[in-house]
Ligand binder design. Structure first.
Ligand code: NAP
Length: 307
């Protein structure tokens, strides 16, 4: 039988088995990640390892679990009510729910409200409060894996979807020197750039084709598109035109191998890292929001690297 860590549940399962009779007073906290597709998610693995660590020193978390649920975009609103009624303590949201959730929630912290994207929901007495920990995860990953800080840096973000929005607002809030954003679809690019400007952040837009030539010396380049997830993908940029002083962070990651963009950047002599450390640190921040405990990012990253 597959363990709960590998199993993908549906919202209908909330009326069955281990979820059928739950009360906040008598049961250890439960957590879930909702997405579609979701079977590839590494979050249950690293979050359950961290919950086991927390349970060693806090008995309230003994038996606490983190589950993966496949939820369609149309079903998100009803599902959030169901998870709240079943006393789930926290929820992570992944593709395609981050921007949808921001439209559904009235209670959001500043980062999520500005980015109009939530990846973390905290149970409150009257609903869910939205947070966005992607920007923090990215910042910590860039610092620990590439030795660089957004503050005072020239930064280029490629992409304008949910992940790029979270990243761009966080990078701008960190006090970067300049922010250039490029995306395949002009309309989505224009919306992100105009939202940043309306929030008082200076930034520039470029086409995907042109942005490589516009990268300044010593820049941090972040790929926040899904290019690199599929075997057939090519690198997101022509890295040979970038200054060698550039560092490159690729949000996509692949189990057991590097992404094509990371390999291509390294072949051009550029320091590069793929998205696993970001996954670990955004998850560590989510768990810390839910539990009030210190972040366990290193334990989570070790769990991912050893799986
Ligand atoms: P999303 O909202 O669906 O946005 C997708 C982005 O990728 C858009 O900018 C889209 O451009 C672009 N894109 C897709 N296919 C493309 C192609 N063939 N050529 C050029 N651009 C293309 O997805 P998301 O939530 O932002 O996630 C983006 C990626 O970040 C995913 O791979 C996700 O796994 C990764 N991510 C990683 C972490 C982590 O912890 N490591 C966290 C969050 C997200 P258009 O606007 O032109 O469609």
């Amino acid at each position: 039988m597959r363990s709960f860590m590998e199993k993908v549940f549906s919202a209908d399962d909330l009326n069955r088995g281990i979820f059928s009779a739950r009360s906040a007073d008598t049961n250890p906290p439960y957590f879930a990640v909702l997405g579609k597709p979701i079977s590839h998610s590494q979050s249950p693995l690293m979050q359950n390892a961290a919950l086991e660590e927390i349970a060693k020193s806090d008995v309230r978390y003994k038996g606490s679990r983190y589950f993966a649920f496949e939820v369609s975009p149309e079903g998100l609103s009803d599902s959030l009510d169901k998870f709240w009624n079943k006393n789930f303590a926290g929820i992570n949201l992944t593709i395609p729910h981050k921007e949808i959730a921001a439209k559904l929630l009235s209670d959001m912290e500043d980062g999520a409200r500005l980015a109009r994207a939530c990846n973390t929901l905290l149970r409150t007495s009257d609903g869910w409060k939205g947070f966005n920990t992607d920007g923090f995860g990215l910042e910590e990953a860039v610092r620990s894996s590439l030795g660089r800080d957004f503050k005072g840096s020239d930064v280029v973000v490629i992409g304008a979807g949910g992940a790029a929005r979270g990243a761009a607002f966080h990078i701008a809030s960190c006090g970067c020197k300049s922010l250039l954003i490029a995306n395949r679809t002009q309309e989505r690019l224009d919306r992100l750039v105009s939202d940043l400007k309306n929030s008082g952040f200076e930034c520039y837009a470029a086409s995907l084709a042109d942005c490589g030539k516009l990268v300044p010396e010593n820049s941090i380049v972040v790929n926040a598109t899904s290019v690199g997830l599929r075997d057939s993908d090519s690198a997101v940029l022509d890295f040979s035109v970038l200054p060698k002083s550039t560092v490159f962070f690729d949000m996509p990651y692949r189990k057991g191998c590097e992404t094509v963009s990371v390999l291509s950047a390294r072949a051009a002599g550029i320091l590069a890292c793929s998205g696993l450390p970001m996954l670990a640190w955004q998850g560590a921040k989510s768990l810390s929001i839910w539990t009030g405990k210190p972040m366990l990012g290193e334990l989570m990253l070790k769990t991912l690297n050893e799986s």
